[in-house]
Design a protein around this ligand. Structure first.
Ligand SMILES: Cc1ncc(COP(=O)(O)O)c(C=O)c1O
Length: 460
């Protein structure tokens, strides 16, 4: 036996050795293995050790035993050699983007230096030391009641919404909540989403195999005419800050949409309010849910933008009339966010930290935006759009260069940007002028100028 493996129990070494011999064909099928007593004597180890090795081999299916006879080698089935393994490896490697970007203008990140680490650590310690035993067991599939109460208070204060905590469902990300909604409404319903839009949402509906229509976006948001023509039942929209165009849906279009929903019992609107906390001009735009007196709007929000994308914590508000249906399906659901994280979040909101954190983030993001606006103003052929709310904006470029040329040029300079065209699923819905979707939330305030200079050099 290998003497170097001193740390490993003897029976494990013996088990490994016999297994290897079986795998290499040194023992053939149904061949009798040495008896426990003989093997123990020749190796000068205890028969109990040999027994432990044989028991492990039996448990894994390498060996079988016959009472009063001994141990035998079981039938071996070889796994076929995968001749295409190398091909897959090469294909996979080719798919990996190897560019090491120096300046990334991504929409799906936040400035992690602003994360309230110390407070979060303090609250986490508090939650652990308070020893809430009940939190170790599965709780309400809707999520923890104290957090749902805090969210209801927050929505009333900041979004003007009258919501009972029983209407709130917490889930790990907007996408996980959409799956619940599809279960509530059914796969036989016809869904509609915005085009251009958030790719993850498109893939989620598609992945759920539901009938899906892509509705184009005009200057006031989702086109009502196209929605009516599509004959969909449920529409998913981002009225506070259309993703990615940044259009804020005006009151007229909101009311038209509500009228569309009221006109038929099976029509609903999913209001995805993913980044409305960050409104930099004027008052926050009231949520569409607040205008709804007919229980037609499902409101959704997330902590992805306000805290961090890795939190995977979002929530939705169901109209009262959908709660009965939710109750039926929730019998086989568990909340997808761990209780501990929910309780820390509850303390974060209840202690006033969330409000302070958002105000601090808003100030920082406003500073970044001010720097950007000042720099862009100097270039008459670059127009900024959709920057009043949220953490990304559009740059419409009128230099004669195509969107693709600009993006390729940027790539060569290790600048990561995306064109608005890539957010469209239907070719016919194209934007007219070259337009870039610029996320600035992940860039530190002190680095904004350097990033923007690099970008302007490419596009001006
Ligand atoms: C339109 C839209 N909805 C929702 C989200 C958030 O999704 P999640 O809560 O799954 O992180 C985002 C994030 O960028 C988004 O752009």
């Amino acid at each position: 036996m290998n003497k170097n493996k001193r740390e490993t129990p003897i029976y494990v070494n013996l088990y490994e050795q016999i297994k290897k011999m079986i795998q290499e064909g040194k023992y053939s099928e149904n061949e009798k293995l040495p008896s426990k007593r003989k093997l123990a004597a020749s190796l000068k180890i205890s028969p109990l050790t040999v027994d432990a090795a044989y028991q492990q081999l039996i448990a894994e299916g390498y060996v079988y035993s016959i009472e009063k006879s001994g141990y035998y080698v079981a039938k071996q089935v070889e796994v076929l050699e995968n001749t295409t393994k190398q091909k897959y490896k090469i294909e996979y490697e080719n798919q990996i983007e190897t560019i090491d970007y120096k300046f990334a203008f991504r929409t799906n990140v936040v400035d992690t230096s602003l994360f309230p680490n110390a407070t979060w650590a303090k609250l986490s310690r508090e939650v652990l030391s308070e020893n809430h035993h009940e939190m170790l067991n599965i709780t309400n599939p809707k999520g923890m009641e104290p957090l749902r109460k805090e969210i209801a208070k927050y929505l009333e204060l900041y979004r003007g919404m009258k919501v009972h905590e029983e209407q709130i469902i917490i889930g790990s990300g907007t996408t996980s909540l959409i799956s619940i909604l599809i279960e509530i409404f059914g796969r036989d319903k016809h869904y509609a989403i915005e085009d251009p839009g958030y790719s993850k949402i498109y893939h989620l509906y598609k992945g759920n195999d539901v009938k899906l229509s892509l509705i184009n976006v005009d200057d006031n948001g989702l086109s009502l005419e196209h929605l009516i023509n599509a004959q969909a039942n449920i529409v998913h929209i981002t009225p506070s800050h259309q993703f990615p165009t940044g259009i804020v849906m005006p009151i007229q279009r909101r009311n038209e949409l509500l009228n569309w929903a009221i006109a038929s019992t099976d029509r609903y609107i999913i209001e995805d309010d993913y980044d409305s906390e960050f409104r930099f001009q004027g008052k926050p735009i009231p949520a569409l849910q607040g205008l709804d007196n007919h229980q037609k709007v499902i409101y959704m929000n997330t902590f992805t933008k306000t805290l961090a994308p890795s939190f995977r914590m979002s929530y939705m508000v169901l109209p009262l009339k959908l709660l009965t249906k939710y109750k039926e399906i929730s019998a086989h659901h568990s909340c997808t966010v761990p209780n501990f994280e929910q309780y820390i979040m509850y303390k974060f909101m209840n202690g006033g930290y969330f409000e302070r954190h958002i105000n601090r983030m808003k100030n920082q993001y406003r500073q970044k935006l001010d720097i950007i606006l000042k720099m862009i103003q100097k270039y008459p052929n670059i127009e900024i759009k959709g920057h009043e709310t949220g953490l990304h904006f559009l740059l419409v470029i009128d230099t004669g260069a195509s969107e693709q040329t600009i993006i390729q040029k940027a790539k060569k300079q290790r600048i990561e940007i995306s064109g608005l065209s890539s957010y469209y699923k239907i070719q016919g819905h194209k934007n007219s002028k070259p337009t870039l979707v610029i996320g600035y939330s992940g860039i530190k305030t002190e680095e904004i100028e350097t990033y923007m200079n690099a970008l302007i050099n490419i596009i001006s």
